[in-house]
Write a protein that binds this ligand. Sequence first.
Ligand SMILES: [Zn+2]
Length: 357
Amino acid sequence: MINKQRLVETFLKLVQIDSPSGDEELVSQELTRRLKVLGGKVEPDSYGNIICHFKGQGESLLLNAHMDTVEPGRGINPSIKKDRIISDGRTILGADPKAGVAIILEALTSLKEDQKSSVPVEVVFTREEESTLGGAMSLDYKKIRSKHGIIFDGDEGVHRIFVSSPWYLSVLIEVTGRASHAAEPEKGLSAIEIGAKIIAQLELGRSDFETTGTVGLVKGGSAVNAVAELMEIKAELRSRDKKKLLKEAKKVEKVVLQLAKQYPEAKIKLKMQEEFQGFKLPPTHPAIQRATAALKAMSLEPQLIDTNGGSDANIFHKHGIEVVVVGTGAANGHTTREYVVIDQMVEAAHFCEKLLQ
Ligand SMILES: [Zn+2]
């Protein structure tokens, strides 16, 4: 049986082990110990991610949470206040990700205790999700057989299933003009003027409900009394539809080309790079079907949600493991006002156990 008391104790213990991104060693040791007690075969990879196999019958399922937290995440001092667990206000709570970790451990503990049969499970605890997604990027995928998985890393209730994430391109435009003294502007060619025209013609912002573009950073010029020789524009494009993203990228190319024609003496360099690969699962997808069946068995109404950010999920998809993210009861993540609703965490543990049966 899922045991609320035990789950809360596990959670409290885990958040008191500091694990800001890059500093996951201690929590990794504790998780490895716990997984071994549960009878799992732990195989760390060379990057320090944890991969752990549990035998079972049927189609294998991957369960993931990350191990790292954001800062301020050292010396966390949690306490229970009514229906929630909170920090003392000096640090985050670390429910992102430790609620997810504790939920997975409780479900496995309950199954073992009750000697219930389960599908084969691969537990993957990743490093550095918050900083670079470096753990998921360096994960040893040869050690993983699951085709589908569930990531316990979402906000609020477990009925919230995050089913998509955008493709994301970074855009760098470097304009080189010609410097001159401000008193003789006709001798120069202003990179800032050209850059400004580029930005104006890009017409970024929201193209539709799932496609956006933003110029986030500009840098240029060397002095207020000189025509600027250099300007750098950093922008990003994202869309949950890859075709739309490519269309936006084409528009950027066209604008840059046009300005290059208009200013043949200037040099305009454009560099676009895919930073994340997105995903968009249809409601009929087996990973979603598995999750919704478990929720319905608990009389919970699934809610399918699109996201606009990237996470380990994007990296799993890139490697052919189709995952969705579900809520863990956590809220106000990445702030010192972070908390977790205990009953939502318990519900997520029940859900996790159902998934595996
Ligand atoms: Zn997280």
